[in-house]
Design a protein around this ligand. Structure first.
Ligand code: SAH
Length: 216
């Protein structure tokens, strides 16, 4: 890992933000978080030249760091306010976690791959991003001890919408989840009452699958 953030990297980030804005992201707080966070330090140093392309990229344990546009799109849908309690499913590299922390959220995050969980747990505080809680486990189950949440963000493709996650939202809370096998439809649920939810569907995306159970 290269932890330095050089003017060259800042310049590349500014260009990346222009691209993401042109693709339709409007939320100024989301754009400034992406402008600020050194995405290259979340990737292996040999891939540094790819860090500021608007593309997903392989990380450890056959997983990916999501495409910056996708991170921005999901975060915008979540409408994070400072102090919000957010659950992320799929910690991965911790990049999305950092974006949420930058927006002032208290972040709880679950990762099912032990190797990634260990790496990211050590790494995030080193770059100044301290989540409220990182958990090794199965995201399908959510985090009942910490629920309810203002927002839940799923960063892997879910074959169906886990009811458990809907049940861990506050009234008014938002679940952002890519749903489908192969490719996914970005879906937003807003909790209106105990058993009532509003559902909105957005475009097609492609994620690594949300797998059952944890993997030691
Ligand atoms: N937010 C990450 C994206 C990583 S890709 C980032 O910004 O880098 C999706 C992640 O979800 C992978 O790390 C994968 O291991 C994890 N994942 C898959 N199924 C899961 C599950 N059931 N529970 C928790 N995490 C899961």
């Amino acid at each position: 890992m290269i932890l330095k953030d050089l003017p060259k990297h800042k310049g590349l980030r500014n260009q990346l933000v222009v691209i993401i804005e042109a693709k339709g992201i409007k939320d100024k707080n989301v754009l400034s978080a992406i402008k600020k966070i050194p995405r290259h330090v979340f990737m292996d140093s040999s891939f540094i030249d790819f860090a500021y392309q608007d593309k997903p990229f392989p990380i450890a344990a056959e997983q990916t760091i999501s495409q910056p546009y996708t991170v921005a799109f999901q975060t915008e849908l979540l409408k994070v306010k400072s102090g919000d309690k957010i659950l992320e499913i799929g910690t991965g590299s911790g990049y999305q976690t950092a974006v949420l922390i930058e927006l002032g959220a208290e972040v709880y995050s679950i990762e099912r791959q032990k190797e990634l969980y260990n790496l990211t747990k050590k790494f995030l505080p080193k770059v100044g991003y301290v989540p409220k809680k990182l958990m090794f486990g199965d995201g399908y189950l959510g985090m009942p001890d910490a629920a309810p949440f203002d927002g839940i963000l799923v960063t892997a493709g879910a074959p169906y919408v886990p009811k458990t996650l809907l049940g861990q939202l506050k009234i008014g809370g938002r679940l952002v989840i890519p749903v489908g096998e192969g490719s996914q439809i970005m879906t937003l649920f807003i909790r209106k009452g105990d058993t009532s939810f509003e559902k909105h569907e957005f475009g097609d995306f492609r994620f690594v699958p949300l797998l059952k159970n944890s993997n030691k």
